[in-house]
Structure formats: C-alpha cells, structure tokens
Unconditional design. Structure first.
Ligand SMILES: [Zn+2]
Length: 209
C-alpha cells in the first residue's frame, strides 16, 4: 500500500497542500475506509500484538508508524452520539485536527505527513456513513462497533441477535402462551365421530393383515 503513496518530498512539486490532500483522499476506497474505521474502534487498547498487526494492516493511517490512539478516541466518541447530526458534529473536530497536524508535518517535511491526510480523509468518509454507525446491542459482542446495512439494524450479526430473539420468544410465550394454546386447541379440536371411524377402519385393516 505504501508503495502507491507518493513520497513526502513530492509534496513540494504540487502547487499546494490542498492539491496534495485531494490526491491522497482520492486514493482511499470506501471499502478500505470502512474496514479501517471498524477495525480501529474494535481494537482493544493495551493489546500490543493486536496493535502491531493493526499497524501492519493499515500503515497509511499510522503517523510515524504508531497506533492512531487519539484519533480512535475522537471517532469512538462520535460513533456513540445519539443521532447522525451529533455524530457528524463530533467528527468535525478530529478532521480539523488531522488537517492541522498534516500541515505541520508537511512544513517540517516529516516522513509520516501523509498519514495525517489519510486520517483526515477517512474521518471525512465517516461523516458519509454517520446514519448507519452502530454499537452492537449484544453486550457480550467482542466487536461491537459496526456499520449497519439497514438503518433499523441493532445487532452486528445474526449470532448477536439470537439471544435477544430467544428471550423475546420466551417472554411472549409466558404472556401469551396459555391463551394461544387454548385457541389452538379450539381450532384443532378433532371431529370425534369421523376420527373414531377412521381409527376403527385402520384397526380392522391391521387385523385383517
Ligand atoms: Zn455483535
């Protein structure tokens, strides 16, 4: 991935920081942006081995090869806001911060400058999916942050939805079970005469065999 990214000294050959930003943002695919956001938020802080793997998987988003911890906190805070508007509003600050650090890094000709541009681009991308940012409603979920494919979606997967569905069924049966069973029995009451004759007939056929 890093091979694709132009070297920092090429920044000087572009007319402005803005043009450079545009080029970098254009290289970021929605799939990669989403994968990064979800992996970043579901990363367990303190797990050094996982952090190393993360950096290897997403090197273009890691300024100076470090885990983007501060950015994670900002995005997590935004993701947990109650409405899409609140989430967008909360994302504006980290976008501005990433752009600010990008500007400084470019001025200092730091090697990790472009990572800040990628971070700004990926947080800007997050505003495009802010209406579908979810935290899985299953408290036992190991990767709770996800992007819903439908707006009503509450769980990240069928596996996470299953316990709640089972509990819902149990509650329903407790409340409505007896009534439902009585109704079912009434509707399925056997027609005694017809059944008895049929049974007799069957018995006769069996005896005849
Ligand atoms: Zn889940």
């Amino acid at each position: 991935m890093q091979g694709k990214i132009p070297a920092v000294n090429e920044v000087r050959s572009l007319s402005s920081t803005k043009a450079r930003l545009h080029t970098l943002a254009g290289q970021l695919s929605p799939g990669r942006a989403q994968a990064f956001l979800v992996a970043l938020l579901n990363h367990r802080i303190g797990n050094v081995a996982a952090a190393r793997l993360f950096i290897r998987r997403f090197p273009e988003f890691c300024p100076e090869g470090g885990f983007p911890l501060a950015v994670r906190e900002d995005i997590e805070n935004a993701w947990r806001q109650p409405t899409a508007f609140d989430r967008d509003a909360a994302l504006l600050e980290p976008i501005a911060s990433a752009l600010h650090f990008y500007g400084i890094a470019v001025d200092r000709q730091e090697a990790g400058a472009e990572a800040w541009a990628y971070l700004a681009a990926v947080i800007w991308y997050a505003t495009k999916i802010s209406d579908r940012m979810r935290v899985c409603a299953n408290p036992d979920c190991r990767a709770r942050y996800f992007v819903a494919s439908k707006r009503i979606q509450k769980y990240c997967s069928k596996a996470c939805a299953a316990p709640a569905q089972r509990a819902l069924k149990r509650t329903w049966w407790k409340e409505h079970g007896p009534k439902w069973r009585a109704k079912w029995r009434a509707e399925h009451k056997p027609k005694p005469k017809v059944k008895r004759t049929a049974r007799k007939g069957q018995r006769k056929r069996k005896e005849g065999k």
